[in-house]
Design a protein around this ligand. Structure first.
Ligand code: C2E
Ligand code: CA
Ligand code: CA
Length: 581
């Protein structure tokens, strides 16, 4: 069997799987013949027995044979009702036919033959007919209602995909069968931004489109494996993959779901460039029950988010199952702020000729046992517990102190970029804080840059705008960080007096995978230029990315290829090297 044929044979649509999960088993259709036959036999017997004058002697009792007619006809009617109840439409049509076929004979007996003994049979026939019609229509109504309830229970209302209950049921069934399969957790990146900035209905539009692309792959069988996509809730989806013969085949399937997001999604005339994080775990290798499997896949997916790497797919490894230590993390942040152990790294930014533009200050923190904690972990935690302005402020102050001394010593015209979270920027004292730092460390305002994320523009546009205008008046530069992640309307941007657009790493990661991704980055650069901004690409790691960025006219880069975040001593060395060139 070639691969195509085997795929064809194994193809099973999501609906088919879902139906097999939810529809209660019906009796085989052919068994309806038994009841039809029973009806015919009892009917013939009733006709023979009713007019009979014979007397049946059982022991001492003497019974007229005709008295059995009622019993027989009841059995007949019962089998007719069974047919309608258990065999639905088929049973109903058959029952109707059997009843109607008797009318000519009954009519002939009563009217032409003038046999009044057939009159009860005639009426009983009519009554049975009315009952089965009532039963059938009532049953259909209940049936339709039950079907709806059943569908509702296992279908996600928004995307029409199966929901997590269907998913869990399928997993339980597959575990019982004991075959190997994988569970993949798929979470849309930066979805919160879309919802918050563009509104829920646009967010819903994105979810529906993503769901429909994934459903298409699962139903077409194009991945070569048997796939079942479901929505777990929010922006989280899951995928159950069966019928693969190697790890590579499994990975290829997941990649096909990743590639389905490569094309831009347009909702309400806004373009969205969507990516997702995929974590997966296998039964029985990684876990032997449903809950544990999902937990493992989730842990791998969260690791993808944390790692901020270009690889968006990860397989579960046991060390990913750390317990939720958010309370501990909060304690660590408080302790680090109190003990003044928060420090910073400086990641260099270069122009396309490798000349130093400046540095981005990045917060660094160690736990009390000396382990590095990733900013991907502690920044969101600090935001959540309201410590981010203190943390931002510390990094700002410390890096500015170092930077001010360095540029004043070397006379280098380079820029220091600091990250300001929304909460920090919105704080009443923010402008004063910036002015104090400029004054205290003698930094020319044009060599200081504040990085803000796109979402700030919409969250509190007017306040943000007035704050940013004042920063501009002070001569400080503004960079828009993580540009393109979720929000894409240009109208806000147009009125925003920024200096630098930072293209998010996720776009750079994909840029060389296909032409449309490259064109997308090229158009961000052109639009940035039209609006009078410089454009920097973040997360550049490879030479061919650098080549492409040169080709499409990017102004600056920041990435591991030319510089990782450096300790301040190493940053100083780099500046001195450049100063002596
Ligand atoms: P960001 O502002 O987008 O900073 C860039 C992040 O990308 C840094 O991660 C940097 O190390 C990483 N990066 C740069 N080039 C490459 C590359 O070529 N490959 C890879 N794989 N990564 C690269 P980091 O330092 O882990 O920071 C993560 C995020 O934490 C930052 O993203 C920023 O949002 C936040 N953050 C860091 N420091 C601060 C701070 O002082 N205040 C605030 N509010 N947020 C901060
Ligand atoms: Ca940044
Ligand atoms: Ca960024």
């Amino acid at each position: 069997m070639n691969k195509d044929n085997s795929t064809q044979a194994r193809r099973t649509s999501i609906e088919k799987t879902l139906r097999s999960l939810t529809i209660s088993k019906e009796a085989p259709k052919w068994t309806v013949a038994f009841f039809a036959l029973l009806y015919i036999v009892t009917n013939i017997m009733t006709m023979r027995v009713a007019p009979s004058k014979e007397i049946l002697i059982v022991g001492d009792a003497r019974m007229p044979l005709s008295s059995f007619a009622g019993v027989l006809s009841s059995i007949g009617n019962l089998s007719i009702i069974f047919m309608v109840v258990f065999y639905k439409k088929l049973g109903f049509i058959l029952a109707l036919t059997l009843l109607v076929l008797q009318f000519p004979k009954l009519f002939y007996d009563v009217v032409i033959n003038n046999t009044p003994t057939s009159l009860p049979g005639f009426f009983s026939n009519i009554l049975t007919l009315v009952s089965i019609i009532l039963i059938f229509f009532n049953n259909s109504k209940i049936e339709r209602y039950q079907q709806k309830v059943r569908e509702h229970a296992v279908t996600d209302v928004l995307t029409k995909l199966p929901n997590r209950f269907a998913d869990a049921e399928l997993v339980e069934r597959l575990i019982k069968q004991g075959k190997t399969f994988s569970v993949v957790t798929m979470d849309i990146n930066n979805f919160k931004n879309i919802n918050e900035t563009m509104g829920q209905s646009t967010g819903n539009g994105v979810l529906i489109e993503v769901a429909s692309r994934w459903k298409k792959i699962a139903d077409s069988g194009s991945s070569g494996t048997v796939d079942f996509v479901a929505r777990q809730g929010g922006d989280e989806f899951s995928l159950i993959i069966r019928g693969y013969y190697s790890d590579q085949e499994l990975l290829d399937t997941i990649k096909s779901y990743e590639s389905a997001l490569a094309d831009i999604i347009t909702i309400d005339e806004c373009d969205f460039y969507i990516s997702a994080s995929f974590g997966y775990a296998e039964f029985p290798t990684d876990a032997d029950n449903g809950d544990a499997l999902f937990a493992c896949a989730d842990a791998a997916m969260l690791e993808v988010k944390r790692a901020n790497s270009s690889d968006h797919i990860l397989r579960f490894k046991p060390d990913m199952l750390k317990t939720d230590h958010s309370i501990e993390l909060e304690r660590e942040i408080r302790a680090a702020l109190e003990n003044d152990t928060i420090f910073f790294n400086l990641q260099p930014q270069f122009d396309m000729k490798h000349k130093l533009r400046g540095f981005e200050a990045l917060a660094r923190m160690k736990s009390s046992d000396g382990r590095f904690i990733s900013p991907g972990e502690f920044i969101p935690a600090a935001e959540k517990v309201g410590l981010i302005d203190k943390l931002d402020g510390t990094v700002f102050r410390k890096s500015a102190e170092f930077f001010g001394e360095l540029i004043n010593r070397t006379g280098m015209n380079i820029t220091l970029s600091v990250n300001a979270s929304v909460r920090h920027l919105m704080k009443n004292g923010f402008l004063k804080e910036v002015q104090d730092i400029i004054d205290r460390y003698a930094i020319p305002p044009g060599q200081l840059e504040i990085e803000i994320t796109e979402s700030i523009m919409i969250d509190s546009y007017e306040k943000a705008l007035s704050c940013i205008n004042e920063l501009k008046e002070m001569g400080v530069k503004i960079a828009i960080d993580d540009f393109g992640t979720g929000y894409s309307s240009l109208s806000y941007l147009h009125r925003f007096p920024a200096d630098l657009l930072k293209i998010d790493k996720s776009f750079i990661d994909k840029m060389n995978s296909d032409d449309s991704s490259k064109q997308f980055v090229a158009s961000i650069i052109s639009i940035g230029h039209i609006m009078g901004f410089d454009v920097i690409s973040e997360g550049v790691e490879e030479n061919d990315q650098l080549d492409t960025l040169r080709e499409i006219g990017c102004d600056f880069i920041q990435g591991f290829i030319w510089g990782r975040p450096l300790m301040k001593e190493d940053a100083e060395k780099l500046v001195l090297e450049q100063a002596n060139k």
